[in-house]
Design a protein around this ligand. Structure first.
Ligand code: PEP
Length: 260
């Protein structure tokens, strides 16, 4: 059987609780339950609790956009993965905005991945090179470092519940990104899978879901999802618009139906 396609909407620091609830309402009206597509929503930390009570879990799974790697303690302003355990199924870890604006190092990302796994939350680990790194021909080295550090100390069993998202920073809308060619996404995701295979074996690498993210919208999503290496998409800006996001889910389901 084909892997489920994973469609993740990252709402970033947009929408207050009321607006978030309205968006969920609109999405629930438009998105049907598909067994071959998993739809994941990542609202702000503030909206997670009310939305967890609102959503129909047959349609959606919840995702945190970030959390702190310590489980408990005097860390003013932070929320831990341990606290999110009952609320979310997934957590985004190492998003480029965390790495760039909040100085998240490779080691911090590694600690967050471990905290997520320890608390039975599936991390969606974001990796990707900047424009400068790409222009300098360093993209593979950057991905190698990001992937191998993030997965450090995870067991073969842990790795079954890890997702990686390849998000070239130069393609993300919030950084005025330009659209990546599907062949580029394919090539780099194949490279990431090779890293996982070298560390954990071919079977683990093949069963891992690796997503693409970077200005994906309802018009170009098919070109990414059709690629053999791509198991889903991480969507930022277009996930805030219920027409666009529900259309993206529809395209994913159509593709899965065509593959049967
Ligand atoms: C993201 O935030 O992970 C993202 C891919 O954003 P956008 O789709 O807006 O480029």
């Amino acid at each position: 059987m084909n892997k489920k396609l994973l469609i993740v909407g990252n709402w970033k620091m947009h929408l207050n609780v009321h607006q978030s609830s309205l968006l969920v309402h609109r999405l629930q009206e438009r998105i049907a339950v598909h067994h071959d597509v998993e739809v994941v929503l990542a609202p702000s930390m503030l909206a997670l609790q009310p939305i967890s009570m609102q959503i129909d879990r047959r349609y959606f799974r919840l995702c945190a956009q970030d959390a702190y790697y310590k489980d408990e303690g005097g860390y003013t302003g932070e929320v831990s993965f341990a606290m999110l355990g009952d609320l979310v199924h997934y957590a985004i870890v190492g998003h480029s905005s965390r790495r760039i604006y909040f100085g998240e190092t490779l080691d911090i990302v590694r600690d967050k991945v471990q905290a997520a796994v320890r608390n039975e939350i599936t991390p969606i680990i974001c990796v990707g090179e900047t424009r400068q790194e790409r222009d300098a021909g360093e993209e593979k080295q950057v991905l190698h470092d990001q992937v191998t550090t993030a997965l450090m100390n995870l067991t073969g069993k842990d790795i079954e519940n890890v997702v990686i998202a390849y998000e070239p920073v130069w393609a993300i809308s919030a950084f005025n990104g330009t659209i990546a060619k599907p062949e580029d996404a394919q090539k780099m995701i194949a490279y990431i899978r090779k890293q996982v295979s070298d560390l954990y074996g071919k079977r683990a690498a093949e069963s891992m879901s690796i997503l693409y993210g970077g200005s994906v919208n309802e018009h170009d999503v098919r070109s990414y999802l059709s690629l053999p290496e791509v198991d889903g998409v991480l969507v930022g800006a277009a996930s805030l618009n219920y027409h666009q996001f529900s259309e993206i889910v529809k395209v994913a389901h159509q593709l899965q139906t065509e593959r049967k």
